[in-house]
Ligand binder design. Structure first.
Ligand code: GCO
Length: 467
C-alpha cells in the first residue's frame, strides 16, 4: 500500500502567544491572568516568567524562516486577547493588531497557512477582576473579541480554533490552583465556569460565521484524554472506548464534557450533580448556542493510559511498567494514542480530526558539534505518526498534524524546564538551533509521509509493551 499521506494533509507545528511572544510589558499590551500569576511567589518553577520568553514578537520573521526551512504547510498560533484588547473589551490596541497583521502576512508570503487559536489561556486580567469565566458575560466578552479578530484577519485566515484545552485552564487553573488564575474553586463553581466557556465557544463560532470574509473552517481543541486498550480483545477495546468517552465525576478532565454539548448538543450525563450533567433549565436552553456546526475536532494528545475489562465487566487501568519509555516530563510514551484517540473521536462525533498538538519534552542541549541530537523525539514522532496513519488507513478522516512545539518555550508552571521544540532556544542569547528532529520532520514532510515507512516498521507491537 502507498503510505504517502494525502496531498491535502497539513504538516504543521503549533505554539501559543503567551508561551513564546515575550514583549509582555511593551507595545501597550494589557495584562493577562498569567502575567499576574507569574508574579506569585513559588507559582512558577525557578521563578521564571514569560516576560521575554522566546522574544518572538521581535524575532517572528526569523522564526517563520525556520518554519520554512522545516517545510511546514501550516502553523498554529494563538492570538493574545489582551494584546489586541488591553482591557479585554473596548479600546483596541493598534500595535497589537499590527503585530498579528505582519505575522500573518509574513506566513502567507512564504506559503505557510496560519491556523489561529482564539483562546490559549491568557485571559485578560481586567475581565478576570470582573468575574472571569465565572461571569456569564464572559461568553459575550469572548464573542466581541472574536469579532474584532475576524474583522481584522479573516480576509487571510480561514482556519480557527475557538478554545484550547478547556480542561487545563479550568481544572488546573480554577480547581487545583496550580495554573493561572490560581483559584481553588469547588466543583460546582468550576463547572459553572466550564459552562460559560462552552457558551463562549458557541458565541465565538457564531461571531466567526457572522462576519468572516473567507469561508471559515472552525474547530475546538480539547486535550484528548485517550484510553488505549490493554489488548486487542474486543472487550478491552470496548473498555477503552467507553472510558475515553465518559465524563468523570470528580474532575473536568474528560473531553466529552466539552465535545458532547459542542458537537452533539447534549450533556454527557443526565445527572445534574455530575460535571457532565445539566444543572438547570437555562443550561439546557443554552445548548442552542453551544451546539454550532463545526468543521473539525482538534485533538491535543500527549499521553494516555491503558485499560482492560475484567470478567465482571469492570473497567480497570493497567499501569505502564516501571522503566518503560517516558518523556522528560515523565509522561508515558504511548504511540497508539494517535490511533485510538482519532478513531474514537471520529466514530462518536463524525467530523474530521486534526491532531492540533502532540509532542514530548526532552533533555535537549546544543552538543559540542553544534547540533542538537534528539533521537528520542525522532523515534516518538515516527511511532506516533505511523499510528495516526493506521487510523487513516481504516477510514478516520484526519486533516493534519501539528507538532507541539515549534520552539522550546515557556511551559506554564514548569517555566523553561521542559523543552518541547523542534527548534532549540537558548533563553540567554535567543539563539535558535534546529534539532535533528526538525531535519527529520522536514524529510517526512518533503516525502508527504513516505519516509515514515522507509525503515522496517515493527508492526503494532512497536507500541509500548503494556503488562
Ligand atoms: C496546551 C498545552 C500547551 C503545552 C503543551 C505541553 O494546552 O495546548 O498545554 O500549551 O505547552 O501541552 O504541556
Amino acid at each position: 500500500m502507498n503510505k504517502r499521506f494525502p496531498n491535502s494533509f497539513k504538516w504543521g507545528a503549533a505554539a501559543s502567544a503567551y508561551q513564546i511572544e515575550g514583549a509582555a510589558d511593551t507595545d501597550s499590551r494589557g495584562l493577562s491572568v498569567w502575567d499576574t500569576f507569574c508574579n506569585v511567589e513559588g507559582a512558577i518553577k525557578n521563578g521564571d516568567t514569560a516576560r521575554v520568553s522566546c522574544d518572538h514578537c521581535r524575532l517572528y520573521q526569523d522564526d517563520i524562516r525556520l518554519m520554512s526551512e522545516i517545510g511546514l504547510d501550516a502553523y498554529r498560533l494563538s492570538i493574545s486577547w489582551p494584546r489586541i484588547l488591553p482591557d479585554g473589551k473596548g479600546r483596541l490596541n493598534a500595535k497589537g493588531v499590527a503585530f498579528y497583521d505582519e505575522l500573518i502576512d509574513f506566513l502567507l508570503a512564504v506559503g505557510i497557512e496560519p491556523w489561529v487559536t482564539l483562546f490559549h489561556w491568557d485571559f485578560p486580567e481586567t475581565l478576570y477582576r470582573q468575574g472571569g469565566w465565572l461571569n456569564r458575560d464572559s461568553a459575550k466578552w469572548f464573542a466581541d473579541y472574536v469579532a474584532v479578530v475576524v474583522e481584522n484577519y479573516s480576509d487571510r485566515v480561514s482556519h480557527w480554533v475557538t478554545i484550547n484545552e478547556p480542561q487545563c485552564f479550568l481544572q488546573l487553573g480554577h480547581r487545583e490552583g496550580i495554573h493561572a488564575p490560581g483559584l481553588r474553586l469547588t466543583l460546582p463553581d468550576v463547572t459553572e465556569a466550564a459552562h460559560n466557556v462552552l457558551l463562549a465557544h458557541g458565541e465565538g463560532v457564531r461571531s466567526i460565521r457572522a462576519s468572516s470574509v473567507l469561508d471559515p473552517i472552525i474547530g475546538i481543541a480539547p486535550v484528548g484524554d485517550v484510553k488505549v486498550p490493554f489488548s486487542h480483545k474486543p472487550e478491552d477495546v470496548e473498555a477503552a472506548r467507553s472510558a475515553s468517552m465518559s465524563p468523570s465525576n470528580e474532575t473536568l478532565w474528560s473531553s466529552i464534557w466539552f465535545c458532547d454539548p459542542a458537537l452533539l448538543g447534549t450533556y454527557p450525563s443526565e445527572d445534574p450533580e455530575s460535571p457532565g450533567g445539566p444543572c438547570s433549565q437555562q443550561w439546557i436552553d443554552d445548548l442552542d448556542i453551544i451546539h454550532q456546526p463545526i468543521d473539525f475536532i482538534g485533538l491535543n494528545i500527549y499521553s494516555a493510559s491503558s485499560v482492560r475489562s475484567l470478567p465482571d465487566g469492570q473497567v480497570v487501568e493497567v499501569p505502564f511498567p516501571v522503566g518503560g519509555p517516558r518523556t522528560a516530563f515523565g509522561w508515558p510514551v504511548v504511540p497508539e494514542a494517535l490511533y485510538w484517540g482519532p478513531k474514537f473521536f471520529h466514530e462518536r462525533f463524525g467530523v474530521p480530526i486534526v491532531v492540533a498538538e502532540n509532542g514530548m519534552s526532552n533533555t535537549d542541549w546544543v552538543a559540542s558539534d553544534g547540533a542538537v541530537h534528539d533521537p528520542q523525539r525522532i523515534d516518538f514522532l515516527g511511532r506516533y505518526l505511523r499510528a495516526l496513519r493506521r487510523a487513516m488507513d481504516e477510514g478516520v478522516s484526519v486533516l493534519g498534524y501539528f507538532h507541539w512545539s515549534l520552539l522550546d518555550n515557556f511551559e506554564w508552571a514548569e517555566g523553561y524546564s521542559q523543552r518541547f521544540g523542534l527548534v532549540h532556544v537558548d533563553f540567554e542569547t535567543q539563539q535558535r538551533t534546529l534539532k535533528d528532529s526538525a531535519y527529520w520532520y522536514r524529510d517526512v514532510i518533503r516525502s508527504r509521509g513516505s519516509t515514515l515507512f522507509g525503515q522496517a516498521a515493527t508492526p503494532l507491537a512497536e507500541s509500548v509493551k503494556i503488562g
